[in-house]
Design a protein around this ligand. Sequence first.
Ligand code: NDP
Length: 452
Amino acid sequence: MSEFDFDLFVIGAGSGGVRAGRMAAAMGVRVAIAEDLHLGGTCVNVGCVPKKLFVYASHFAEEFGHATGFGWQHQQPQFDWQTLRDNKTREIERLNEVYQNMLVNAGCELIHGRATLVGPHTVSVAGRQYSAERILIAVGGWPHIPDIPGREHVISSNEAFYLEQFPQRVVVVGSGYIGVEFAGIFKGLGAETRLIYRGEQILRGFDQEVREFTATEIAKKGVQLYPNTQIEAVTKQSDGSLLLQLANGEQLTTDLVMYATGRKPKVQGLGLEGLGIAQAPNGAIVVNDQFQTSVSSVYAIGDVIDRMQLTPVALAEGTALVKSLYGDNPQQVDYELIPTAVFCQPNIGTVGLTEEQARERYAKIEVYRSNFRAMKHTLSGSEERTLMKLLVDAESRRVVGVHMVGAEAGEIIQGIAIALKAGATKEVFDATIGIHPTSAEEFVTMREPVSN
Ligand code: NDP
């Protein structure tokens, strides 16, 4: 008989925590999982899932416009925010239940409440203490909004999913994944949308050409871009609108301000300091290759360790941890060649190195590029263009980076990522026969490098 109440106590039922808890329980481990909000964490409740539903909704606006070139006659469609919001919420509630059933059926004990670490083997939830041989922290992250005067008048993406009314005018601040995706959502759903960012260009960290191309495309669709712009203060006016004081002295009036200025590990009140668990300056929990913290019985995975804030990465970390702790086949997470997508309009899909990184890493590279108007738009009337880019290490011939900005880029790059994981060379891409007519076939028909 174990001296502990549980073998594994998981704090946080988001993507990483649920994966680890379910897998461990299925292997016969006695698992408890504590959550103080909704099951499924950020991804299910205020992240990937509702965001993608909103992205689908926002695409319809231009699809209706495209349809007329194909012979469809229709009245000007009307958008009803409440219908979208409430249908989305119903779907999220259904998923919350699915998660609950998955956990219970796997044999996990669900504990509702905010958990605090009170010892290397002890967790307190709602005034009750539980002991466990191992504790796993998978509490995720939370939006960070800088402390400006008038901060109480602005929202984060969390609240954007539940707005009472859809705004006529929106300002989105920050041009990372969330800012760029939400600018497309608000614009597509009909708001006059401005995207304000402090840097020269959107999407820092992405391939420079992809950044420039995407900025041009989203501006063509009507998102107003404000580079090199900072907000100094936000004031609420008597008519309910918001007045933004910019650092350059200008002012803007809007109905809604959404900050997307990064997410921070949600570690407040967890009791990390009491146990002396090491943290990075931004609060992220420091772990070794085995996801073990500086207290050997306590582990952490997902956004709270701030390696890559992506759901599939948290899932991979949860799987690797449980296999290593309880299986006979220890696993490490491979952080190389992780594909990602930004669901702006058009989408960005990317895997591997940017051109800038490839030039730094390899003595000689070849760059293949295709920039075209997709066949659909010969009749749709849309001016949208597609960019595709392949980066090849000239010596090994391996394809080391692939980037796309265009319709369904996320769907297309997922398959390309498998080829890169398998170590495909440019010659393997060339030997692959295309599927005609698609945009994706461009990836196997780029014959001449545009630069090296
Ligand atoms: P990001 O880190 O991607 O972007 C943050 C943005 O805010 C940047 O433009 C940054 O500017 C800016 N910023 C940061 N601090 C300030 C400040 N004090 N004042 C003004 N601007 C500021 O964060 P997000 O919030 O967009 O997303 C968080 C994470 O969630 C992402 O990194 C991603 O990993 C994940 N995510 C993934 C998605 C996907 O896979 N499709 C979708 C949504 C989120 P600068 O560049 O100058 O630093």
